[in-house]
Design a protein around this ligand. Structure first.
Ligand code: ATP
Length: 415
């Protein structure tokens, strides 16, 4: 690594961020290189605008995916994982997983290797972005999706395989349960440990960011010992670890006259299916949503559509010490190399990274500058299609427009 700068450290669970932190980045495959270049330029401009020369991101390229395979023969080299472990964060573009590579998904392997157990997806509408909702400005919540358990644990057997047949036998012999002999089988583990660490992070986030509610989204009425247990353990972690900072819905009405008191977070729960209705009518009800893996997957993509589609949806995958910041979308091979992709999801993922570092002044400039750019109708093709009279920009020109708007903003200014 020939870049000057210092490593971010974690001591007693807190990040210590130097003024010139080393920030590893993975360009990614498909549209990755284009959007990565654009996002880094925008993040640099935001840091420059917020702190002058007093702070600076020191980018360090690390490799995964096709680029890593060409250089090292390995899709996910050990050094890449070690660099992220050591430097504590990374900005990551989307990765393709070639069929027959030995990985189910490179993105999933990376999350598992680094134990990034919380997938954090803010869903916020930015002014000027086309939305199917009547009041899109009310959409502003953050989904905490559990990232390691549930049907995503990868425990499944194909119909007709010896394992599936053996499993059916086991169920019949030991549990008196019959399933059809030609059934494929999947297992859905949800643990107390996995649930509590996710909900703990969600509550800590809500408290840190002045959010008023954490909603546990589950299908516990049907899956009592997995999703139902998620609900139970979620309430438990609130009661046991945040007794003075959290209240339940029952307490809200019995003790607080229906108003959430200052400095406290309401913990409530909702059944997964009805959530899809409530995030649309009215979305104002939500601040932070904590949910098992599969619900979180469905909900975050559905919600991305409310705020401009996958090109707009950022994400962060957080463990106890390490965070990887990446867009929700994939490699978009259909538009790769054409300089037309929308870099907003990666730019906003970078804003989450800045916020994670505690560089909030720089982080806050980014959505403001993006909103100005959208209101000026200077957008990439995916949004130009939906916006009458829009100026259709390339990836690079869009990033330049955002940078111009960052330079024109004062830190703290709102659109
Ligand atoms: P992968 O196999 O890597 O998931 P994919 O094409 O199946 O790739 P996405 O990359 O999520 O899945 O893309 C879905 C659709 O959305 C594609 O038509 C793609 O062009 C479009 N898309 C995704 N990301 C962007 C973006 N940043 N800007 C513009 N269009 C995008």
């Amino acid at each position: 690594m020939n870049v000057t700068g210092e490593a971010i450290r974690v001591e007693d669970g807190s990040l210590h961020v130097p003024s010139q932190p080393l920030i590893p980045y993975i360009e990614g495959d498909g549209i990755g290189p284009e959007i990565s270049r654009a996002a880094r330029a925008v993040l640099d401009a935001a840091v420059e605008r917020a702190y002058g020369g007093a702070r600076r991101l020191r980018w360090v390229e690390i490799y995964a995916g096709e680029k890593a395979q060409k250089r090292t023969g390995d899709l996910l080299p050990r050094e890449t994982l070690e660099a992220i472990r050591e430097l504590k964060v990374a900005l990551k573009g989307p990765l393709a997983t070639p069929v027959g590579s030995g990985h189910r998904s490179l993105n999933v392997t990376l999350r598992q290797e680094l134990d990034l157990y919380a997938c954090v997806r803010p869903i916020r509408h930015l002014p000027g972005v086309p939305s199917p909702l009547q009041d899109p400005q009310d959409v502003d919540f953050v989904i905490f999706r559990e990232n390691t358990e549930d049907v995503y644990a990868g425990i499944e057997w194909e119909s007709g395989s010896p394992e599936a047949r053996r499993f059916a036998e086991l169920l019949r012999e030991h549990f008196g349960v019959e399933i059809r002999p030609d059934a494929g089988v999947g297992v859905k583990p949800i643990s107390e440990f996995g649930t509590k660490r996710l909900v703990r992070q969600a509550i800590a986030y809500a408290l840190r960011h002045g959010r008023k509610r954490v909603t546990l989204m589950h299908k516990g009425n049907i899956m009592k010992y997995t999703e139902g247990a998620f609900r139970k353990w979620g309430y438990e972690v609130a009661r046991e670890e945040f007794p003075d900072q959290t209240i339940t819905e029952e307490e809200l009405f019995s003790q607080y006259d229906g108003k959430i008191p200052e400095g406290k977070v309401l913990i409530n729960d909702r059944i997964a299916d009805i959530m899809f209705q409530h995030v649309i009518t009215p979305p104002r009800e939500f601040d932070v949503i904590a949910t098992p893996n599969l619900n979180g997957d469905y909900l975050s993509d559905a919600c991305a559509a409310q705020v401009g589609g996958v090109g707009m949806a950022p994400g962060a995958n957080l463990g106890d010490e390490v965070g990887v910041f990446e867009p929700t979308h994939g490699t978009a091979p259909d538009i790769a190399g054409k300089n037309v992709a929308n870099p907003t999801a990666l730019i906003l993922s970078g804003a989450l990274l800045l916020d994670h570092l505690g560089w909030t002044e720089a982080a806050e400039l980014i959505p403001e500058a993006l909103a100005r750019t959208f209101l000026q109708k200077r957008v990439t093709g995916d949004l130009a299609r939906l916006l009458e009279g829009a100026d259709r920009l390339s990836t690079d020109s869009f990033a330049q427009a955002v940078i111009e708007n960052i330079r024109a903003l004062s830190p703290g200014e709102e659109v």
